[in-house]
Design a binder for this molecule. Structure first.
Ligand code: SAH
Length: 373
């Protein structure tokens, strides 16, 4: 990658749009863009092959492209999008969290997790987040700006480069899974997120050739956008951050609930599952004495059961990762156990998420928050 290093500004206001990049473009737009540089269309495939097959984004290494035009190509379509700030590892190196800085000083983080035989990347869709969930570090900072399509996709490129370079012990091959569970609300940046997903799914040489089933879009519950996602007709995995089965509590801990209620969100999720045949994941972060009572586990089971048998849904319990200075904290072991048992007794498919990376501030937005302090 090329480019001048940016000054170390951690809390700079957003300054306009990200520079245009190859990763912002669809297949036809790429042909058009290189046409403007005086290149014939077959060059588009050559360039994409460098990027998606060889994971090379340094145009000076595009050896089959005439050197006279590589500079123009670099300046106009391959600007440096991510500046590496810090990297932290946990789980004996199997979890790598990287903090990046964007052209305008905004911070962005992504977490790479290696499991036996596969690897998952947690990526960000916005700089900051406007959803204001009080237990979430990112939510406290507010929204800085939407990421561009390229700024989203380039996180996958960087992770694939990391895997290829051997930084992650025991890793080989490419990313298998991507979860939109980093900073931001992906469905509030719909166009860029979908554009990025299309590039992740596109076959070689025009994209990363990933499988739709390997991509999880996690939402706070923007109901019209869940419908829109369903209408894309792609078997993407949908995760809904429910966190409470009743409106009274959800209004407080997931403020967008004041706009779309529990029933509307669960209905939209159910319709998604029905149309795509993909099991929806209901995310539920267990918070001590807030949402972890046995009665709420019963109510959660009833709310989900109302939409038919258990085939459509799965509850993913997340031990709350406390943010320093916040009143929100993780549930007691015994409450956690009772919550799980209550769901299991009602037949609800339930898992407790592993706490990968919690010692490196792995929860949503925490690394960026630490650096900003
Ligand atoms: N905006 C999307 C993606 C956000 S992060 C969404 O709301 O789904 C992904 C998940 O992490 C969400 O379920 C979010 O509620 C959860 N999360 C945020 N802060 C957390 C914390 N401190 N501990 C545990 N989970 C948290």
């Amino acid at each position: 990658m090329t480019g001048t290093p940016l000054p170390l500004v951690f809390d700079a206001p957003a300054r306009g749009k990200a520079p245009k990049h190859w990763l912002d473009l669809g297949v036809d737009e790429r042909v058009e863009a290189i046409g403007k540089l005086g290149l014939p269309r077959f060059r588009a495939d050559q360039i994409s092959r460098h990027l998606f097959d060889r994971l090379e984004d340094d145009v000076t290494r595009f050896s089959d492209i005439p050197s006279a035009i590589r500079d123009d190509l670099g300046a106009q379509l391959f600007p440096k999008l991510l500046e590496h700030v810090t990297q932290r590892t946990a789980d004996k190196g199997a979890t790598v969290k990287t903090l990046w800085r964007l052209h305008d000083g905004s911070l962005l983080e992504s977490v790479l997790m290696r499991y036996p035989g596969r690897s998952t990347l947690c990526i960000s869709s916005q700089a900051g987040c406007g959803m204001a969930c009080p237990f979430c570090a990112t939510g406290q900072g507010g929204l800085k700006r939407n990421l561009s399509q390229a700024e989203i996709t380039v996180q996958a490129l960087a992770a694939n480069q990391m895997l290829a370079s051997g930084v992650v012990p025991g890793a080989s091959g490419r990313l298998n899974n991507i979860v939109f569970m980093g900073m931001g609300e992906p469905l509030a940046n719909y166009k860029a997120v979908m554009g990025s997903i299309r590039t992740l799914l596109a076959p070689s040489p025009t994209g990363f050739a990933m499988s739709a089933r390997g991509i999880t879009v996690s939402t706070v519950g923007l109901v019209p956008k869940i419908h829109q996602l369903r209408e894309e007709g792609l078997p993407l995995t949908l995760a809904v951050s429910l966190h409470a089965p009743d409106d009274e509590l959800r209004d407080e801990i997931v403020p967008i609930n004041n706009r779309w209620k529990v029933d509307e969100v669960v209905d939209a999720a159910w319709e998604y599952a029905r149309a795509t045949k993909r099991r929806v994941s209901i995310e539920y972060a267990l918070m001590r004495d807030i949402n972890d009572q046995k009665e709420r586990a019963e109510l959660l089971a009833s709310v989900l059961k109302r939409r038919g048998d258990w085939g459509w849904v799965h509850v993913n319990l997340i031990p709350l990762n406390p943010t320093p200075g916040s009143k929100w904290t993780a549930s007691r072991r015994e409450d956690e156990r009772t919550f799980i048992q209550t769901l299991e007794r009602r037949g609800v498919p339930v898992t407790l998420r592993d706490t990968r990376g919690s010692e490196i501030d792995g929860a949503c937005g925490q690394l960026a928050a630490t650096v900003q302090e």
